[in-house]
Design a protein around this ligand. Structure first.
Ligand code: T4K
Length: 368
């Protein structure tokens, strides 16, 4: 048994004394929200860091997806993956569109462009692929299909901060890309998220939508909601941004440690990705069967170690989306049934990883 429980992740936080000078600025100025100086600085620094034209910071990643659908004025069916977190499909449904599920690739676990093409109907208006666990989708195939069929693309890049796809930031693809800065993400502002677009008109719409519909002159010239990020959240982002490279490097080392330690585990597989196009924010492993995955959960839980079944069940198996239109989803169902995300965070000790891997390999052996 570990001294303290080991969860799937722990937030990466800058030292407290790097956060407090930002708080001092807020206390001195009294500006707490509404496009304040720290928010503007965070947006500029994230844009510079990722090499994207504009960053629109928001209250969370779910709102980012919803605002993206609104900004593109989508009404109809949006093709997406069932192998994702609920927020992907809920953002579609909450914007009065219909999620349509297509199957995933068995190796990358991302939406398969061939299956997307098969799911297109005369009601399809867009595609919402997810860069699952940060591995980029086949962006070139998806975008040429979308261009050919006149569809909009919104990437759910909630996991994919700092990832490159085909030589540019993954956030630079699609009509709009959306990410999450939740506490459990690689880069966090506690709660938060962002939209990215190269289109100035969409950028202006997103900014207006996040602030009730106010334009720059504070006129209420459009529809909108409250999706703002506060100065306190932006302050945390600025403090955390300085440590991002070190966090990614450490996570990469720990990921490789897992890979080496699990190399002999019978029937266990890792996600397929290019090592330069991944941020190591998750440690997903595919067990040989659901029985083995459940055995691993039990054996680790008895030791105070808690991996997560991200993403089980596949969304079409949940009550909210049981009736959503879909094709054959057998690959997503299979992967969802035997996936486990193992604990991975910057200060997870390697001797704990060795212990976890020993227990996982034991389950693979006894269930093979
Ligand atoms: N699209 C995708 C593909 C997503 O994965 C997500 C979110 C979104 C969109 C929407 O983005 P946001 O609207 O959330 O910005 C978590 C997160 O709540 C969620 O952000 C995330 N995906 C999802 C995959 O995971 P839970 O319910 O698994 O989190 P929870 O609270 O069980 O936390 C996991 C572990 O992390 C805990 O066991 C302990 C640790 N933890 C967690 C929190 C919140 C901490 O140590 N400190 C903390 O403050 O959903």
């Amino acid at each position: 048994m570990a001294d303290r429980p080991i969860f799937v992740t722990q937030p990466s936080l800058a030292p407290l004394d790097e956060f407090t000078p930002y708080l001092r600025q807020i206390w001195d100025s009294g500006v707490m929200t509404h496009n304040g100086p720290l928010l503007q600085r965070l947006e500029a620094e994230v844009s510079r860091r990722l090499g994207v034209k504009q960053t629109v910071c928001l209250g969370n990643g779910t709102l980012a997806l919803q605002l993206a659908i609104r900004a593109l004025d989508l009404h109809g069916q949006i093709i997406t993956t069932p192998f994702t977190y609920a927020a992907t499909a809920s953002s579609i449904a909450w914007e009065y569109c219909t999620p349509v599920f297509a199957d995933i690739d068995p190796d990358t676990w991302n939406l398969d462009p061939v299956r997307i093409a098969e799911a297109i109907t005369d009601q399809t208006v867009g595609i919402m692929p997810v860069h699952v666990f940060s591995a980029p989708c086949d962006v070139a195939a998806i975008e040429s299909l979308a261009a050919e069929r006149g569809l909009k693309v919104i990437y759910d890049a909630a996991h994919a901060m700092c990832v490159q796809a085909s030589g540019r930031s993954v956030m630079d693809w699609g009509d709009i890309s959306c990410t999450s800065f939740h506490a459990t993400k690689l880069f966090n502002t506690c709660e938060g998220g962002a939209c990215f677009t190269r289109d100035d008109r969409l950028d202006a719409r997103l900014r207006q939508f996040r602030f009730f519909g106010h334009d720059q002159a504070k006129e209420l010239s459009d529809d909108g909601t409250n999706a703002k990020m506060t100065e306190i959240h932006a302050a945390l982002g600025l403090a955390n941004l300085g440590h991002l490279d070190a966090v990614i490097a450490r996570r990469r080392e720990l990921y490789r440690h897992y890979q080496r330690s699990l190399a002999g585990a019978a029937g266990l597989r890792f996600q397929a990705f290019h090592p330069d196009e991944y941020n190591y924010s998750y440690m997903p492993v595919l067990l040989p069967s659901e029985k083995t995955a459940l055995a691993v959960v039990d054996v680790l839980a008895a030791q105070g170690i808690h991996p997560r079944r991200y993403f089980h069940p596949a969304l079409h198996k949940t009550p909210a989306y049981a009736k959503a239109p879909r094709g054959d989803l057998s690959i997503a169902e299979d992967i969802a049934s035997r996936i486990l995300c193992m604990p991975l965070y910057h200060n997870l000790p390697t001797d704990q990883i060795d212990r976890i891997c020993g227990l996982v390999a034991g389950c693979c052996r006894s269930n093979s």
